[in-house]
Design a protein around this ligand. Structure first.
Ligand code: HEC
Length: 118
């Protein structure tokens, strides 16, 4: 009986996913899972606040057009000051590239400053 319940849960969960291979999150999902918590626009996102302080044209990562893949890859692999590195068991090279493509292709957010005006 328990087995049946687990099995039907698996079936239900499988049916909920929009992608045919749900165990392979795409660039957008991996961005949301791994990066958005720090890099989304608006207050409360440490990376956005720091990058705004550094004067980046678009402080949130999403929608930034000036990023190079090599730079993004090395930041993700090695970390950067406050940003933790990601190992290849956490994100593969291909997943990083998908995240990069998603960041580049997305519309930049309507600018809501992350920092309070001085
Ligand atoms: C725990 C918070 C955190 C997470 C999670 C995080 N970052 Fe960052 N990231 C930062 C911070 C903070 C900075 C600003 C660098 C610094 O510390 O001065 C940064 C900087 C960057 C930069 C450099 C931007 C520039 O203009 O120089 C890139 C690229 C970047 N992150 C990509 C990513 C990607 C892609 C992910 C997801 C795979 C990610 N980050 C996840 C905190 C984070």
């Amino acid at each position: 009986m328990k087995k049946l319940a687990i099995l039907s849960l698996v079936v239900v969960l499988g049916a909920c996913s929009k992608a045919p291979n749900a165990e392979q999150p795409d660039g957008e999902e991996n961005y949301a899972l791994n990066c958005a918590g720090c890099h989304n626009p608006g207050p409360g996102h440490p990376a956005t606040m720091l990058l705004e302080q550094l004067g980046r044209p678009v402080p949130a990562l999403i929608g930034r057009k000036d990023l190079e893949l090599d730079y993004l890859r090395s930041v993700v692999r090695q970390g950067l000051i406050e940003m933790p590195p990601f190992r290849s068991t956490e994100l593969s090279d291909e997943q990083i590239e998908d995240i990069y493509k998603y960041i580049k292709s997305a519309e930049p957010p309507k600018q809501a400053p992350a920092l309070a005006p001085e």
